[in-house]
Design a protein around this ligand. Sequence first.
Ligand SMILES: [Ca+2]
Ligand SMILES: [Ca+2]
Ligand SMILES: [Ca+2]
Length: 214
Amino acid sequence: MVLSNLFSARIIIKSLLAISIALQSSMALPDSNRTDFDVDDDGLIEIFDVVDLNEIRNSLDGASLYGVSTGCPSTGCSGFELASNLNFDTDDDGTFDKDDIYWNNGAGWELIGNIDNPFTAVFEGNNFTISNLYIRVEDELSFSAGEYSLLFGALLNAVVQNTVINGTIFFEGGIIVEDSLPQVVSSHSSNSNVILCNSVDNFAEDGLIWGGRS
Ligand SMILES: [Ca+2]
Ligand SMILES: [Ca+2]
Ligand SMILES: [Ca+2]
């Protein structure tokens, strides 16, 4: 009797485990299901799409993505690298609007990292382009000159290189300092290098758009 009860308990536990594993795998993002997060073993985790890019904000030290570092070298991973061009016009209809993943009620992209929690790793763009990145700023007075940024909010001991960004910072109103062009990162950088990065950007305000290059 005791043996049979034990046997039943084991079957129940096994069944529960199987259900749990099935639930976990069905809930997980496809991107987090990789068997190798650093395919070329250079210590930089590959970024394949905008969802991967967005997840960097939760791994500011570059050691993992989605909390996983499977496939990184034994010394660990120390950053990220673009493995593809990225386009924030995620439904590919030619415009960035409410039907795109990171529309965010019109606020658009949230910068990666801030002064309190800066990005501290390597971001290698491999000369790929990030397109249709859009940021809406309600109060441009919160940005002092030179701090207009499209991708990163703050860097510390970081390297960002070989990245091209095509995007727009949209101001709700007010005066824009014309010689302050959008940057890949804000001026909140400490002991960091930003090398060969290019933003081909626009500022926009009240229907006016003018180009800039930094
Ligand atoms: Ca890699
Ligand atoms: Ca690997
Ligand atoms: Ca779209």
